[in-house]
Each structure stands twice: as C-alpha cells, then as structure tokens.
Design a protein around this ligand. Structure first.
Ligand code: 2IT
Length: 449
C-alpha cells in the first residue's frame, strides 16, 4: 500500500475511534503529515505498527477531586493524568489547572510532550495531567484544599522513577508546593517526585525562567540561519504568564523591543517597548498580585490597553505565541504576514492552527513548533531531577549554560533531520522526525509492551 493511503486510513481510523477528541487528532495529523519519508525509508515502523502504538497512551488515570470552598460549599472537579509514553524514561510533563481541561486536551498535550521530551536529549518519557479547576479568583486556602485533594488520589500513580509532574497553565510554584507537601505527607518520602519546586526546598534555579528564556534563545538561533540577530527587532508575545513574562525579559536582554502582550482581559500595545522598570512592574503584577494587564497603562500612560483584543495585529518582526492551543488562526497569520513578520517562534503548545502554519510555510518565513522552541522548560525540569538525584544545586550560570546547549542541540536536530528527509528549513518536520525516531527506536528495542 502506498504511504499516502496508509497514513490517510490510519488518521481516519483514529478519528472514528474517538470522534470527539479534536485537538488530539489535530496534533496526531500534524506529526503524521511530516513522517511519510521516514515511514517509506524504514518499513519496520509499519510492520511493527509503531504509529498505531505511539498514539495510544500507555495509561490514563481519571479521578474525582472533591474540595470545600471558604464558605464550606462542596465542589467536585475532575482530575486526570495521561501517562503517554515511557520508552525513553519515566513519564514527565506538567499539570494544567484550567476550566478548559478535558481528557482530550491532556491527551494532546501528553502526545506533544512525548516528542518534545525526546528532543531535549534527556531521558524523559511523556505525560501530562490536570483538572478543570480554575485557580483564578480562588483564595490560597481554597487552592491548597483543592491541591491536597488532587494529590490524595494522584500520589498512587506518580513517583521519582515513575512519573514526575511539574507546572503548566494555572499551576505554578504555589500549587507545586501544596501538591509536593501532600505527596510527602502521604508517602513519608522527600524525593524529587515533582519539578518546578522552589529553590529553597529542592527546585532548580532558572526553572521558572527556562521556557521563556529558551524561546528567546531558539528565536536567536533561527534568525542566525538568515545571518540576522534580535538586535533592534520588534517582538510581540501573547499570554503574559510564566512563559510570556520570561520571554519578554530574555528577548529584551538580547536586543529586541517587545511592543505587545496580552492576558485574559485584553492586550497591551506599548510602542516604546518593555524596559527594566516595566518588566519589574509586570513581574509583580503577574506573579505576586495575580492582577490584570488593565493596570499596566494606568502606570505607563503611553501604552494602550485594548480590551478583549489579541496581539496579532500589532506590527512586528517576531511573534511568539505564549498562551494556549489554537490561539493564532489563519486570519491572524495573514495579518502578521501583511505587517512584515519574519519569524514565528512558538512558546505554547500547538498555538497555531494548521491553516496558520500553512500560511507561514507558504510565505517562506521562519516558523518553529512549540515542541522544539518551548522545550527549555521541561529541559530544566530534567536538570532539576539530576540535581535532586545528586543532592546538589547548580548555579544560575551552570543551569543557563545547559539550557543554551540543549536549545542549540534541538535547533540543530530540527534542521539536520528536516534536510536529511528532504524538507530543508522546515522546523516542524525536523522536530517531529527527530522526536519520533528516538521514541520509535526505543519502542522497537523494548518489544511489544
Ligand atoms: O509544556 C511543558 O513542556 C510543560 N508544561 C513543562 C513540563 C515539565 O515537566 O517541566
């Protein structure tokens, strides 16, 4: 059977099996679309049914999370952990707390995570978890009760050599602290079973910054292939969370001017860019006060707050989506291209729709998928695990050196695999192929398990 028919039949069968899982199928279709030359050259993957096996999570745990709010009223949320693939190491991936979380969204994120973790060069399998619980608007005590209840079930299924959760949207150092505390209480065991811990009790320096810094390093590498730099470039991001704020910081440090960013309430256009004072304000607003960007232009009067509006219409050289899946559609892509954007470097997971990616690729501009350019976060999680095992702490400089080295290696892998399989300059193909081959070969070595 020819490869186009095989992959079309394969995708159709997957969709028939779980017709409601739209984002998961989107992620699978993107990966499979770039694997055709690999499957043609290595028919062993077809014979051994690697595609059929690699899209099936090894295990999904779904559980009830009851908790009481500050008034004593009882709520019931749904908790999940998708343990997708352990061919390369223990399951590894974040925990997302957001009202949009479903089994479908976590399955897609765990699938992406498997290839991303493979790209980091570290021994990490892929997983993801979370709950449809929204941390916004909850008191610290409510968040703590929820996190404890979440771990009361999840602790059975995770562990230092089994599955190591970390943060994601809605889950930062506060939530990791509450979850780690309850895990330690129940297991009577102080281990590195979570990453994203605070540095005074086992966390790695630079873990909070790692995803955002990694995005900026990756953008720097992409521009270097065109003999260009970040110096003097205008940049925009989207979500102003952990990834976004630290991307702003590093892009600015490397010479770019960040003129647009957004949160749940709307976007900021700041033509002068973010300087040290504005960055300090943003860090306090986002990480300490958990406030809204509405406050930004009350302090910095030349900036404009645009209620409910995305950032993509703000003219820029570089755009880094840093919010959530499918946040940038074909219309946004065309607007960015019309305004002269030359580089899209994804900081979130699958933020661009397939039509948006096609528009970027047809225009011939630089485009990198999140599983390559946002891998800095999980890479430093891997380094946190190493430090925990060795019972030592590395300095900021040491961690930063590793992070740079890993981002450089991912960048090189993307380009070399894309070229080897006839898709020169296509970061999406290179990332998917490099990530896939390592996992697939490990699965072949380990037999039918
Ligand atoms: O999407 C991601 O790579 C993360 N949320 C980080 C996962 C981790 O284990 O640090």
């Amino acid at each position: 059977m020819d490869i186009n028919t095989y992959t079309a039949d394969f995708l159709a069968a997957q969709q028939k099996r779980d017709p409601a899982q739209k984002v998961f199928h989107q992620a699978v279709a993107e990966v499979v679309s770039t694997l055709k030359p690999v499957l043609e050259q290595k028919p062993i993957y077809l014979k051994e049914k690697i595609l059929e096996r690699i899209v099936e999570p090894e295990r999904i745990i779904s559980f009830r999370v009851p908790w009481a709010d500050d008034k004593g009223e009882i709520h019931v949320n749904r908790g999940f952990r998708v343990q997708f693939n352990s061919a390369l190491g223990p399951y590894k991936g974040g925990i997302r707390f957001h009202s949009s979380v479903t089994q479908d969204s976590l399955k897609f994120l765990a699938f992406e995570q498997t290839f991303k973790n493979s790209l980091t060069t570290l021994p990490l399998g892929g997983g993801k978890g979370g709950s449809d619980f929204d941390t916004r608007g909850k008191s610290d005590a409510e968040v703590m009760r929820f996190c404890h209840s979440f771990i009361n079930e999840l602790y059975h299924h995770i562990g230092y050599h089994t599955d190591i959760p970390a943060g994601d949207l809605g889950c930062g150092a506060r939530e990791i602290g509450y979850m780690f505390g309850q895990y330690k209480k129940l297991t009577n065991d102080f281990t590195g079973a979570f990453t994203g811990k605070k540095p005074n009790w086992g966390g790695s320096l630079l873990r909070p910054q790692a995803t955002g810094y990694g995005v900026a390093y990756f953008a720097q590498n992409m521009l270097a292939t065109k003999k260009d730099t970040l110096q003097g470039k205008t940049a925009i991001i989207s979500g102003t969370g952990n990834v976004g704020v630290h991307a702003i910081e590093k892009l600015t440090e490397l010479g770019a001017k960040v003129v647009g960013f957004m949160d749940y309430d709307g976007s900021i256009y700041d033509a002068d860019g973010v300087d040290a004072e504005k960055l300090a304000f943003l860090k306090d607003l986002v990480f300490v006060r958990r406030g809204s960007l509405k406050e930004y232009n009350k302090k910095f009067k030349k900036a404009v707050f645009r209620p409910g509006q995305k950032t993509w219409d703000i003219p820029c050289d570089i755009a880094c989506p840093t919010a959530c899946e499918n946040e940038l559609d074909e219309h946004d892509a065309k607007t960015l291209l019309k305004n002269g954007c030359k580089c899209i470097c994804e900081g979130s997971n699958m933020p661009c729709t397939p039509q948006a990616i096609e528009a970027f690729q047809n225009a011939g501009i630089l485009y990198s998928p999140g599983k390559a350019s946002n891998a800095g976060g999980v890479a430093v999680s891997g380094l946190e695990m190493t430090q925990n095992s060795m019972r030592i702490y590395w300095t900021r400089e040491e961690v930063d050196q590793y992070l740079r080295r890993i981002m450089n290696s991912i960048h090189t892998s993307c380009l070399s695999y894309a070229e080897e399989y006839g898709m020169k300059g296509n970061y999406m193909a290179g990332a998917n192929i490099a990530g896939f081959i390592k996992v697939a070969d490990a699965m072949l070595d380990q037999g039918l398990v």
